[in-house]
Each structure stands twice: as C-alpha cells, then as structure tokens.
Design a protein around this ligand. Structure first.
Ligand code: 4AD
Ligand code: MG
Length: 476
C-alpha cells in the first residue's frame, strides 16, 4: 500500500490521499494527538484519532517509545506548527514500550544520561539530527575526493607498524594471556602469536596510503583508528574515524590548499543538505549557551559555519606562533597551565585555542614545527631544526587536521628513523618507496569526529559518535 517515510510525506504531501506511516510515538496528548517520528527527519508527523471510536485497551498501548503503524488520510492541519496531519483510519501497535520502564520521556534529558542508554539515544531528536548530519558528512568527504580524481583505498586495521611512533597502541593477540609462551630470553614469544609477530590496531593508515600514492598519484583512506592514549577529554576517543589523503607531487602549500578546500566543502555541504537538522542543533546550542557566562558562549551555529566557508584560514609558522604566545596576556599573567617560555615547547590545546579564538578569530594553519615534537616521516627543512608539518586549528576544538609534506629523500629518512630509534627492518617496505622512484608528496589526517563537533556545535566528542570508546568505557 502507500507506506511513506515522514520526510517524503512532509516534502510533498498530497492532501486527501491515504498513506501508511510507521514509526515511534514521541508523545500522545489528550487521547487524540500522536506525534510520530520515523528517523527520516527531525520533524514528527501528527496523527489525529477519534478516541470515541477506538478500543480503550489499544489506546492505552500508545505510549512514548512504542512503535506504531497508522493508516490515515492526509489533511491540511488545523493546529500550529505543522502544515499537514493524518486523520487516523486505523492503527496498530507494533511493539509496546512500558511507560514504567522506558527511560526516555518527552522532557529534556542530559547528554550524560543519554550516553548511558546509547541503544535508545538514537531515538532522541538531538542524536537523530547528529546521526543524519554524520551520514551527510561521510558522503561529503567521499564526493569531495571522488570529484577531484582521488582513489579510495582500504588500509589495514591490524598492523605491525606504529606510524605515529607514539606507542599508544592496542595489542592484537590470540595468545593465552594466562599462560604466555616464553622465548629463551624469558620474554613473551611473539613468534607463536597468530601473525608470528607483535601486531596492533592501527593508529593511522598513512604509511600504507603513501605506498598507494606513489603509484596512483592521489589516494585517500577513511577508516577506523585506534589510540590507547589515556586522555579523558572532550576531544579524544580511543576509537575514532580518520580521513587521510596522500598526494604525489604535492608540497606543503598544495597540502594546505587541499585541506582548507576540503573543510570548506564539508561545511558548505552541511549548510546545503542538512538545513533542518542544523537549525535544530543551532537552537539546542543557543539554549545550552544560556546557562554559560557571556565570555564562554559560542557564535550562533549557522553563523559560525558560514564564517569558516567565507574566510581564508590564517597561515603562520610555529616560530611566529611561539612569539605571539610568549608575548600574549595570558602567558604574561600566568594564566596558561603550560606557560610558553621558549622555542621548542609543544603546543597544548589552551595555546591552540588562544591563537584561534582570541588572537586571529579565524581557523589557523600552523606550519614548520620543531622536528623533535613531530613524527619521523615529516620532511626536514634546510634549517635542520624544523619540519614541513601543518596543523589546522579550529575554534572551540583546537587541532582538527594534522599533516605534512613527507621526507622523500632516502638518506635523510634513514637518519631520521635512526634518531627516533625505529628499527630499519620494521619499515623496510616504507623505505623501499624512497629507493625506487621516490617523489615529493604530502598528506594529512582529518579527525572525523572533530569535524562533527564543529559542524553540529556539540561540545563533547562522545556525543557525535554512536558508540563512543573511551578509557574504561566500551559498553554496547
Ligand atoms: O595528528 P594525527 O595524530 O596525525 C596522523 O595520524 C597522521 N598520520 C595524519 C596524516 O598525515 N595522514 O591525527 C590526525 C587527526 C588529528 O588532527 C585529530 O583531528 C584526529 O586525527 N585525532 C583524534 N580524534 C579523536 N580522538 C583522538 N584520540 C584523536 N587523535 C587524533
Ligand atoms: Mg596531530
């Protein structure tokens, strides 16, 4: 029959037609008005019953959270807030939701509470909107790269290498942890493990993407990424999704251009395709901000998104940034938790946010960091001290993108891995690309959930991924 999803119905309703709607009850008022949502849109459709005609036992089953199928006629709405409604001919409760047990009520719940019921969180307006925006952003990214002639490659999830060299990896093993086999030196005998060596979950697909780029020219990976860093912050997940393009013949400037263009494309895509969901999220943010002191409130969401699309990002070197930070008010007044004393200091998120939110009030791309605070694969500058790194810093978030031009010169790369104590035999396959037809190339990584934070205006990264994994938390 005429089963129709609510977004389709609301987009082009035919007054007088008969339709079937299936979804979940949001509210049931006055034994008469059922607000139904089916996940296809932030908007509910209102179904109107004549309760005198209905069986009382069936009416009782219409409770918040129950699933329902309604057959009825589309009519112009009498009430405010909607153009059409459905006059119910018949309905069927598909699944009950006992009101004494169902945890979601039509009132507002805290985001913290919703995280504890991640299985039902999808049913809320906020998380429904976020999920639809997330879907759109995934498409935006694939469109962006596809339109520009990139090839999507799948890089491994289980790997023997530590691309970032930070050692924050989750071990993958089938060894019996209660009875580990030992070698002659009394250490765990990893030769007996499933892969015959130590393996981990990937922290980045970059090294493998580089191999592909040095054959196919322009590639990107978009996959799950795992980091066992014990950071319980609003911007870190133990399992997140990362987009990593890698381009042969690009230098750092091309790399910055590509990243800036990609971020603007994604934000514009959200503005174009997710209007209703963004409007809802903008109102949510406005309400949340009401409880904050004036100086901690954010720009209205839509304004903030348009601002990023319409303005050039500021580009400056790490060395310039250090000068600005050293002479900044918060540094002189001792307001930074990590004071900036000299060149070489690693930047913390308080410094990144000062540059973006106070100094420039724009997204910032910082380049040419000290070699020793960045990964081994970044291209060394002629000064011998800095590397061709770039981090993109966003308001409210800090680092959203990290990338670099890569070290394509075999001799320098070999020296680098020696300084970083990386055994040459563990990266022989990576070094081979520099031995056989090496070319200048560059790439970066975008943290997908950080992009989601920015686009949705949410403030905790746990609220923009369906099933967040963080230290001590892997429920569901
Ligand atoms: O700066 P990162 O560590 O860079 C790399 O992994 C490079 N291999 C990327 C490349 O050049 N191909 O991570 C890249 C981005 C960060 O800027 C951040 O947005 C995100 O990944 N990210 C995280 N997002 C959520 N939770 C975490 N624990 C994250 N760690 C990094
Ligand atoms: Mg980084």
């Amino acid at each position: 029959m005429n089963y129709i999803r609510i977004n389709e119905l609301l987009k082009s309703p035919t007054i007088g037609s008969e339709v079937i709607i299936k979804g979940w009850v949001r509210t049931f008022r006055s034994n008469r008005f059922i607000a139904i949502n089916d996940g296809s849109t932030i908007n509910n459709v209102q179904a109107v019953l004549d309760f005198e005609k209905e069986d009382e036992n069936q009416l009782k089953r219409i409770t918040t959270g129950s699933s329902i199928a309604v057959v009825g006629k589309v009519v112009a709405s009498q009430g405010k807030g909607q153009n059409i409604e459905i006059v119910v001919k018949s309905f069927e409760i598909l699944g009950d939701a006992n009101p004494d047990e169902f945890p979601l009520q039509p009132k507002k719940h805290s985001l913290e509470f919703l995280r504890e019921i991640a299985h039902l969180r999808f049913r809320t307006s906020t998380f429904g909107a976020i999920t639809r925006v997330r879907h759109s952003m995934i498409f935006a990214i694939h469109n962006f790269f596809n339109e520009r002639g990139f090839y999507n490659i799948h890089t491994p999830i289980i790997t023997g290498s530590d691309a970032e060299g930070a050692g924050e990896m989750f071990r993958v093993t089938t060894l019996d942890l209660k009875n580990l086999p030992k070698n002659e030196q009394g250490e765990t005998d990893t030769k007996q493990d499933f892969f015959g060596k130590e393996t981990n979950l990937t922290v980045s697909g970059q090294l493998e993407a580089e191999l592909a780029a040095l054959a196919l020219g322009k590639v990107y990976t978009f996959g799950p990424t795992f980091r066992a860093e014990n950071s319980n912050t609003t911007r870190h997940l133990s399992e997140f999704w990362m987009i990593e393009p890698e381009v042969a013949f690009n230098d750092l400037n091309d790399n910055m251009d590509l990243a800036e263009e990609m971020l603007k494309y994604c934000v514009q895509y959200a503005l174009d395709k997710c209007g209703e969901d963004l409007a809802f999220l903008a109102t949510r943010l406005e309400e949340e901000d009401k409880s904050k002191p004036q100086d901690q409130r954010s720009l209205p969401l839509i304004e903030k998104l348009k601002f990023v699309v319409e303005n050039d990002f500021v580009r400056l070197t790490y060395t310039e940034a250090i000068e600005i930070l050293r002479n900044s008010k918060p540094n002189k007044k001792g307001q930074f938790k990590y004071p900036i004393e000299s060149w070489g200091a690693d930047l913390q998120s308080e410094h990144e946010r000062f540059l973006v939110e106070k100094e420039f009030k724009k997204p910032v791309i910082l380049t040419d960091y000290p070699a020793n605070i960045k990964a081994f694969y970044m291209r060394q500058n002629d000064d011998g001290k800095t590397v061709r790194a770039m981090d993109i810093l966003f308001p409210g978030i800090g680092e959203i993108v990290g990338g670099s031009q890569r070290e394509e010169r075999l001799d320098i790369l070999k020296q680098k891995i020696a300084t970083f104590n990386i055994p040459e035999e563990s990266v022989w396959w990576y070094l081979d690309t520099r031995k056989f037809g090496t070319v200048p190339h560059a790439g970066f990584g975008l943290g997908f959930e950080r992009l989601m934070l920015f686009v949705t205006g949410m403030s905790n990264i746990r609220d923009v991924i369906p099933f967040p994994r963080t230290p001590k938390n892997a429920e569901f």
